[in-house]
Design a protein around this ligand. Structure first.
Ligand code: NAD
Ligand code: GLY
Length: 366
């Protein structure tokens, strides 16, 4: 993949917690990328057993001039390890190395590493600075931005966590060259999401460029990451702690989280579950009157072209409903869904169980 894309900046405006998202190629091995990160004696790079062998040496070298010591921790890889035991490995490493409250954590990896490192940064000594260096498309367009950090609980996805903003998000597009095709598709789910909820012009652009994105065309990827980050920055800038608007970013996630928890974490990728969940949420939006059948077909076709599943697993409607009640948007046991109330705009709504069952019957394998 050619890598000559000039860096772009998107600012996330949160008062004294504002920070830049820098998007470009070959950034993580360049010491100047980190010039604005607070000074400290030590840094800990948190990565995993897949990503560290690919990119940790370059990052360590780039950071060597800024810190007296740069340590590396390799976590086990996978959504199934996004739990207390793995989180505790970060605290073990920090304490064993005598990390102080200025120590900077660097999350080098996908959303799993990013979410866990962010949560560790939020809690270690009640908060140390951290930097996101996302290496999956999904993490570059969504999870590294906006300060949601979490681990899973066996009873619910991302149920234990904190809002905690990084100092910098550095999206090095060159890292996407080594991403397995299935992971690239998973990331496209979160890119597609921004269209129906916020920007129909972007949806049309994705439709026109989906083949280029799958082929990892650098200019197409750069635009997809930048526009996604711009939209996310606009939403988070208005509603950092999800009092209202930010919930729209969870389009497809209520169904998707049920798929992930119901099958066991890691069976379907998060992005796959979100892709299929968006098809289900679009079907629900149709029944609630926000969109027409042509819109649902259009979104379903794009999700399919992105290489994502559009038919949900046969968990059974009762189990789906049970799982969806364990959702952060639920109130007093009532499931609340992000639905499209008109193309390019989303809202949070409840729906009668019978309607949800109809959607599940239509969208899931028998
Ligand atoms: P992931 O972190 O599991 O990464 C996917 C796989 O790709 C892993 O095996 C990883 O080791 C590997 N990988 C990462 N970068 C690579 C590279 N450059 N080359 C080769 N392999 C690479 O999954 P993900 O899709 O990045 O993130 C999903 C997670 O993000 C979920 O836990 C989800 O809940 C979370 N998430 C959080 C937010 C948020 O706002 N915090 C938003 C969306 C998703
Ligand atoms: N990914 C949803 C959010 O950041 O709010």
């Amino acid at each position: 993949m050619p890598t000559a894309v000039a860096p772009e900046h998107v600012e996330i405006q949160l008062g004294d917690r504002s920070y830049p998202i820098v998007i470009g190629s070959d950034l993580l091995g360049d010491a100047s990328s980190f010039a604005a990160v607070p000074a400290a004696a030590t840094a800990l790079i948190v990565s995993n057993t897949t990503v560290a062998p690919l990119y940790a040496a370059a990052l360590q070298q780039a950071l060597a001039g800024r810190y007296r010591e740069v340590h590396l921790l390799e976590l086990p890889d996978g959504e199934a390890h996004k739990d207390w035991q793995t989180l505790n490995l970060i605290f073990d490493a920090l304490l064993q190395r005598g990390a102080d409250r200025k120590t900077v954590l660097y999350a080098l990896g996908g959303g799993v590493v990013g979410d866990m490192t962010g949560f560790a940064a939020a809690s270690y000594m009640r908060g140390v600075p951290f930097v996101q260096v996302p290496t999956t498309l999904l993490a570059q367009v969504d999870s590294s931005v906006g300060g949601k950090t979490a681990i899973n609980h066996p009873l619910g996805k991302n149920m234990i966590g904190a809002f905690y903003q990084p100092q910098l998000v550095l999206c090095d597009l060159a890292t996407l060259a080594s991403l397995p095709p299935r992971e690239l598709s998973a990331g496209l789910a979160e890119v597609i999401k921004y269209g129906p909820i916020y920007d129909m012009g972007f949806l049309a652009w994705i439709e026109a460029n989906i083949d280029a994105l799958i082929a990892r065309d650098p200019a197409a990827l750069a635009h997809a990451v930048k526009r996604s980050c711009e939209i996310k920055a606009e939403v988070v800038g208005q509603d950092e702690r999800e009092a209202g608007l930010r919930a729209i970013l969870n389009f497809g996630h209520t169904f998707g989280h049920a798929i992930e928890s119901g099958l066991g974490y890691g069976e379907w990728l998060h992005g796959e579950a979100v892709g299929c969940g968006m098809v289900m949420a679009a079907q629900l939006s149709l029944r609630l009157g926000g969109v027409d059948a042509a819109f649902v077909e259009r979104l379903t076709a794009l999700v399919r072209r992105a290489g994502l599943p559009v038919t949900g697993p046969a968990l059974g409607a009762d189990r789906y409903l049970e799982l969806m009640r364990v959702d952060k948007k639920s109130e007093a046991g009532e499931i609340r869904f992000v639905v499209i109330d008109r193309p390019g705009s989303a809202a949070v709504r409840s729906a009668p169980d019978a309607m949800v069952r109809e959607v599940l019957a239509q969208c899931c394998a028998a």
